[in-house]
Design a protein around this ligand. Sequence first.
Ligand code: FA5
Length: 343
Amino acid sequence: MAKINLKLLKKEAQKEIKKTRDLKGLNEVFNKYLGKKGELSLILRSLKKLPKLRRAKIGSEVNELKDFLKIKFEQKAEEIKEKIKQKIEEKEWIDITAPGRKPALGHLHPLTLVKRKVEEIFQSMGFTVIEGPEIETEWYNFDALNIPKDHPARDILSLGKTLYLKAGGLMRSHTSSVQIRYMEKNNPPFRIVVPGRIFRQESTDSSHEINFYQLEGLMVDKNISVANFKAIIEEFFRRFFGKDTKIRLRPSYFPFVEPGLEVDLICLSCQGKGCSVCSQTGWLEMLGAGMVHPNVFKSAGYNPKFWQGFAFGMGLDRLTMMKYKINDIRLFYSGDLRFLNQF
Ligand code: FA5
């Protein structure tokens, strides 16, 4: 009877061991058969009642089965552990042949690209690149530049475009302020360009911003004329656009130059025929310029009888718009990646 039970027990135990998927389950099956209160222990305990010979025979059979099952449990435990290990390795597996994930790299803003190109061209023509402060005094921004106290640009109320600071001073409204700062500390002859950010109270539209970039130019020597200016600015545009361009000089007025002029570039969208970009005129205003006013030289401590020079102020945003055919200046400061990713 006991023998039949043992055979059946062996079969069932093996079946259950085979079915288990994890160590916890295996432990439960182990306790069921080989634990202190397990089936085999109970059988061993019940043998006491049997006659000696029979007890010894069945006892050894039970012990044999115990040893057999122990091995089966150990094998199953190994198998489960191996599977767990494999799973972990699968998770940690790195495919070294998979294509790498590209990190999102930034790139230079179109205004920076243009600023660098412009600096490079002027440097190759002997100009030094200088910088100046964005917060200015009225002296450097206006007075020293021969701009009278009652000039509309200085109006603190609604008419003026200058942004005054509560703590005193103002946000510079052009890079011309750096002309004086440089001349105070350096002796002629020299040629400099000054790229920089400037600030104005404006109603914004497609070609006007409240903060934008200018490039100031200043060349001072004993024998400088408008002809020198024209040659340099023509050469600049030729190199910047990589082809021959046409410019024209128009008389204009700025208190810090005499004579004053404005430079128009032939519209590159229509080659001067007239289109929407140039308001059908064929020309686009790119910069203000002129021969340095004697009063400006005096402010800087130079004798205007000895020195002559030309100065100009170019809008870098508008230059960038021309270069890349951008029809709205506000795109530069919008932070719109659909726009920026094109450069
Ligand atoms: C000036 O700022 C003078 N300081 C330029 C100058 C320097 C004249 C030296 C003579 C000698 P103006 O305000 O015109 O001038 O500005 C110069 C250029 O800046 C313009 O030709 C234009 O290209 C650009 N600009 C002017 N206002 C804006 C604006 N709101 N937004 C974008 N660009 C502008």
